[in-house]
Write a protein that binds this ligand. Structure first.
Ligand code: FES
Length: 60
């Protein structure tokens, strides 16, 4: 997995994983977190929350 496809660096969650969660029905950052663990790493989402939100807006 190449680094540029990682959305959540702390948890090493790829964009593909997050997009799949959104396509399977997740519509909020909280839901994506429950499905993928993205945003619950050491930085508590400081680095990735914005990107997760952008992906939700793009794919929901
Ligand atoms: S990059 Fe996602 S929790 Fe830190």
């Amino acid at each position: 997995m190449s680094k540029e496809n990682l959305v959540c660096l702390c948890k090493k969650i790829s964009e593909e994983t997050i997009v799949n969660a959104i396509k399977n029905g997740d519509t909020t950052v909280d839901e994506v977190n429950k499905t993928t663990k993205a945003t619950s790493g050491l930085c508590r989402g400081i680095r990735c929350k914005k990107k997760v939100k952008a992906l939700i807006n793009e794919y929901k």
